[in-house]
Design a protein around this ligand. Structure first.
Ligand code: ATP
Ligand SMILES: Nc1nc2c(ncn2[C@@H]2O[C@H](COP(=O)(O)O)[C@@H](O)[C@H]2O)c(=O)[nH]1
Length: 187
């Protein structure tokens, strides 16, 4: 039987997690698990595609494998969402903060392939969030959050289990992703 795996893409805000999953979808047709959030959509984001955008009341009705608060908003990934993505392909991806990545590693063991993205210069993260169109007040609130500081490091429990990719240069990141997919994708 084919082993079902999920590429858990984690790392600091602005490190490129969403960009990586988009690349995996477009180049390799690797489906991404859609997660739930109470934050407002950014310009260009679509409900049921980028997230299931929820009210606090509707967020509370779902069945989560894990859920977190990140910079004042709630985020959660459902068991149903994971199963629905695995119905499409044995290899899928998900974007999580580092707390979520730790939970996935604990809950799924070797089925969770953890990829930690980092960027050498922290200032580049802020530049990237600004270039993405995030409002200055939102960036300031995020940078001041405990979650922002926490996600700058790979959690101790994932050291030795996670593949670290330095996403300074996209061509190098793409090459690292191609090698990762070659290892786990069933042709
Ligand atoms: N290697 C790179 N070089 C320059 N810009 C990049 C690179 N990778 C991603 N970006 C850009 O950085 C911005 C942030 O990327 P992305 O939204 O993928 O980050 P993220 O980790 O998902 O952020 P968040 O956790 O805040 O949602 C985007 O505008 C993206 O196009
Ligand atoms: N633990 C979880 N983290 C999640 C989930 N969905 C997204 N995220 C992470 O939240 C922050 C903020 O996301 P943003 O889209 O507002 O920039 C980021 O680190 C995401 O990776 C989830 O279901 N669980």
């Amino acid at each position: 039987m084919t082993t079902q795996r999920v590429l858990v893409v984690t790392g600091p805000t602005g490190s490129g997690k969403t960009t990586v999953c988009r690349y995996l979808l477009e180049k390799y047709q690797i489906p991404q698990v859609i997660t739930h959030t109470t934050r407002a959509p950014r310009t260009g984001e679509t409900n049921n595609v980028d997230y299931y955008f929820e009210t606090p009341a509707s967020f509370a009705t779902k069945h989560y494998l894990e859920h977190v608060t990140y910079s004042g908003n709630q985020y959660g990934s459902s068991r149903e969402g994971l199963a629905a993505a695995w119905e499409k392909s044995p290899l899928i991806s998900i974007v999580l903060d580092t707390a979520g990545a730790v939970t996935y590693a604990e809950a799924l063991g070797d089925q969770a392939v953890i990829v930690y993205l980092e960027v050498t210069e922290q200032a580049a993260l802020i530049d990237r969030l600004t270039a993405r169109g995030d409002a200055a007040e939102r960036i300031q609130k995020r940078v001041a959050s405990d979650e922002y500081a926490r996600d700058q490091q790979l959690p101790a429990s994932l050291v030795g289990h996670a593949q670290v990719i330095v996403n300074d240069d996209w061509a190098q990141t793409a090459a690292a992703l191609d090698a990762l997919v070659a290892k786990y994708r069933i042709a």
